[in-house]
Design a protein around this ligand. Structure first.
Ligand SMILES: Cc1ncc(COP(=O)(O)O)c(C=O)c1O
Length: 398
């Protein structure tokens, strides 16, 4: 059965991780893999996660199944975190939620629901988008197409080209949008652009599928959900895939949620029953631990406050690194404008250098980023910024 299968080419990011690990130079910087890092280069367990986790272990009495829709308390807490406690779609009874194995599970579950509703639906994703969107969405059998998004000349969004392309789509076309902290570019829509896009989506009757993997790491927990909340309030149907990997630091616990906003409570119930059926056929029941931690944090006011300040500290660190690295680059590479890094949000920026320069940074200066020059800003360290800028200057001068 399997003898004819050819080996898959390994994901280049795995090779990058291995090369970084093997590099003994103390000045090395890992700007490759997309995880948050502190000043020492660690991806720490949040203090609130530790507290919630030990309380949970002490009081847990069973390991029986949680059910295909997951932990109801977690789902409710996530609805309130994502939409805001007083969101009109919640009071109208139009929201249904399923706990998923990470944001990836939510993306796949959402894609499967779309496929069940309309097998020939096309999902339109930004150019570029997170590489894993392709297998997650197309793997369910949906066709993927691209719309213009990132403008390398400004480091921002080509909003005119984006809306012109979306304005040609037929009703029920699916548009995948990043709620904030666009991966891999860091270029986000402004509040005004979200409003303009809303009018377009309404007029053309498109289905927004919003991926929110970085709530709190861009401009703040509420600000990062601005577009998502606006769309869910104003549109009859929206799908939201949410990840707790980054803002709760729960990467390996596989914690996320899919939120469906439907036109009526009855339509929402029917769609939820489909989501449960689909989940049952893929992972059957989601893993419990991460969701139980998130629920414990969000439902206890003291822990929730402490968590909010931990997320805010991560967010601030990224924001400060963005400003400081731009200053250092200005000093050491005055011939090139890297100011766009300060205007972008979240963990990633496209640095905008070519593959040969990326390789030179890696081989001569121990700075690791992916070949397309996506860099994880959180991988920078304040004490190493000058070294980084000098390395870039040397590579650009060659
Ligand atoms: C844009 C985007 N969406 C979704 C995810 C899903 O992450 P996870 O499945 O680890 O929660 C990620 C993770 O890197 C991401 O960058």
């Amino acid at each position: 059965m399997f003898e004819h299968l050819a080996a898959v080419i390994p994901d280049p990011i795995l090779g990058l991780m291995a090369a970084f690990r093997a590099d003994p130079d103390p000045r090395k910087d890992d700007l490759g893999i997309g995880v948050y890092r502190d000043e020492r280069g660690n991806t720490p367990v949040l203090e609130t996660v530790r507290l919630a986790e030990s309380a949970l272990l002490a009081r847990q009495t069973t390991k029986t199944y949680v059910g295909p829709a997951g932990n109801a308390g977690f789902n409710q807490s996530m609805e309130q975190l994502v939409l805001g406690a007083t969101h009109p779609a919640l009071s109208a009874g139009r929201v249904r939620s399923v706990q998923t194995p990470g944001g990836c599970g939510a993306l796949r579950l959402g894609a499967e629901l779309i496929r069940a509703a309309q097998p020939d639906a096309v999902v339109h994703v930004s150019t570029p988008t997170w590489a894993n969107h392709t297998p997650l969405l197309a793997g369910s059998g949906l066709r993927l197409e691209r719309y213009p998004y990132f403008d390398p000349a400004t480091g921002g969004v080509q909003f005119g080209a984006m809306t012109a392309a979306l304005d040609r789509l037929p009703p029920r076309a699916v548009v995948l949008l990043h709620a904030s902290c666009h991966n891999p570019t860091g270029a986000d829509l402004s509040a005004q652009e979200w409003r303009t896009l809303l009018a377009l989506v309404k007029r053309r009757q498109l289905l927004p599928f919003i991926d929110m993997a970085y709530q709190g790491l861009g401009q703040g927990v509420d600000a990062d959900a601005f577009g998502l909340r606006l769309f869910c309030a104003e549109l009859p149907e929206v799908l939201c895939a949410v990840s707790c990997s980054k803002n709760f630091g729960l990467y390996r616990e596989r914690t996320g949620s899919l939120h469906l906003i439907s036109s009526s409570p009855a339509a929402a119930d029917a769609a939820l029953s489909q989501l449960v059926r689909i989940a049952r056929g893929i992972w059957s029941m989601p893993p419990d631990h991460g969701a139980a931690i998130v629920q414990a944090i969000l439902s206890e006011s003291r822990l929730r406050e402490q968590w909010a300040s931990e997320v805010e500290a991560m967010r601030r660190r990224i924001e400060e690194l963005r400003l400081s690295v731009v200053q250092q680059l200005r000093r050491h590479c005055p011939q090139r404008d890297f100011g766009f890094i300060a205007h972008q949000r979240g963990m990633f920026s496209f640095f905008g250098i070519d593959t040969a320069q990326v390789h030179a940074l890696r081989e001569r200066h121990h700075v690791y980023m992916t070949d397309d020059s996506r860099m994880n800003i959180a991988g920078l360290r304040r004490e190493n910024l000058e070294y980084f800028a000098q390395a870039v200057a040397e590579v650009l001068a060659k």
